[in-house]
Design a protein around this ligand. Structure first.
Ligand SMILES: Cc1cc2nc3c(=O)[nH]c(=O)nc-3n(C[C@H](O)[C@H](O)[C@H](O)COP(=O)(O)OP(=O)(O)OC[C@H]3O[C@@H](n4cnc5c(N)ncnc54)[C@H](O)[C@@H]3O)c2cc1C
Length: 345
């Protein structure tokens, strides 16, 4: 039996686990994917790496400021840009200042790998069920091969998007947790990653991040290969507009999704986006929360400590996820210290 189980190795889960481990608790993270990071995701494809979720790390508050300082001390984080360009139609671009955007040579996922160092993580463990049994939490996971494994703990942290927590929490009959979870909605997004042979036309583009405010198909385009100076390929990531993603969310035809976004980019920008060397689409069913709880985390001590955390508690950003993970750890640490002092609780 573990002291604490954390479900989800995104920014919130990793931060929470790190802080609890530092406080002396035995913590195990269960993650459904092969890698860590969740929406802080970098894909290795066609001899390059591409950031398919969070595009860059921006100092947004105390947690991201601290993380950036730690990453700067530990490895090479580089300033990518502090300007976004807005497409105004008719070949006109409006440069706008934004917060500093930092990139990592191996992709943003290196942030998660940095946070995951020294943590106890089991990957490819999809949590399917949670029960309260014999004065402990009993967690049933499905592994990649379909096999089921059961873990138990004295405290449980769900560091996953609220809609994914609902089916796990609902059978526990804890309305103080379930009702707020049900109030959270997420926007979906498609990320279309595309590679091209370098040409003077691509190389002359003045922007790193382009927003298309009048399009309901493509929201933003990131010049991803400019983060890395690898030079052999030109790589872009197109993020769909949430309305487009909502409309095509359950489609099996990713080819059409990619083609629609690339055609829109070609038409608007008059650039050969429709002729990539390679392309790949990622569907983010839960990309960014539309609303938040205004609380660092959701928690109950009865029958045993159970906490839900993630960006959706406080906002829709990396800062919100880190703050929520830290807040969950603080609440749980105080709770566990208190229950050791009063064993009858
Ligand atoms: C396309 C896109 C663009 C973005 N752009 C920005 C931006 O510009 N600026 C910004 O600040 N933020 C941005 N974000 C948001 C930012 O990435 C998130 O706010 C942050 O990464 C959320 O971290 P989290 O830990 O709360 O959740 P997640 O990253 O979602 O982590 C949850 C983890 O739980 C795992 N999991 C889920 N269910 C289970 C289960 N049943 N069993 C086991 N594991 C499970 C998942 O695999 C995942 O690893 C963007 C996100 C996306 C997708």
């Amino acid at each position: 039996m573990e002291n604490i189980l954390v479900i989800g190795a995104g920014l919130a889960g990793l931060t929470c686990a790190k802080s609890l481990q530092k406080a002396g608790h035995s913590v195990l993270i269960l993650e459904k994917s092969r890698g860590v990071g969740g929406r802080v995701a970098t894909k290795r494809l066609y001899n390059t790496c591409v950031d398919q979720g969070l595009p860059a790390l921006e100092p947004q508050g105390q947690c991201t400021d601290q993380l950036l300082a730690d990453l700067m001390a530990a490895r090479s984080v580089q300033l990518w840009t502090e300007t976004t360009h807005q497409w105004q139609g008719n070949h006109s671009l409006l440069p706008l200042s934004m917060g500093k955007q930092y990139s990592l040579p191996d992709g943003v996922n290196a942030i998660a790998k940095y946070l995951a160092q020294d943590l106890n993580i089991l990957r490819q463990q999809r949590v399917e069920q949670i029960h309260y049994r014999d004065n402990s939490w009993e967690i049933t996971c499905q592994m990649a091969e379909g096999e089921l494994t059961v873990y138990s703990s004295q405290a449980l942290v769900l560091a996953i998007p609220a809609p994914q927590a609902i089916p796990l929490v609902a059978p526990l009959k804890l309305p103080s947790i379930l009702t707020p979870l049900e109030s959270i909605e997420f926007d979906p997004t498609f990320s279309v990653m595309v590679g091209y042979t370098p040409t003077p036309q691509w190389e002359a583009l003045p922007w790193q991040i382009l927003t298309l405010p009048e399009s309901s198909t493509v929201q933003k385009i990131f010049y991803d290969s400019r983060k890395r100076n690898h030079g052999e390929q030109v790589v872009f990531v197109l993020h769909s507009h949430p309305d487009f993603a909502r409309h095509s969310l359950d489609s099996d035809d990713m080819e059409t999704v990619a083609r629609t976004l690339l055609e829109t980019a070609r038409e608007r920008l008059d650039l050969p986006f429709d002729q990539p060397q390679w392309q790949q689409v990622h569907r983010w069913r839960y990309a960014r929360p539309c609303n938040n709880l205004g609380l660092t985390c959701l928690s109950t001590a009865d029958p045993l400590p159970l906490i839900c955390c993630g960006d959706w508690c406080l906002g829709n950003s990396a800062e919100a996820a880190l703050l929520s993970g830290n807040g969950a750890a603080q609440w749980l640490n105080a709770q566990l210290i208190h229950s050791q002092e009063s064993p009858s609780l």
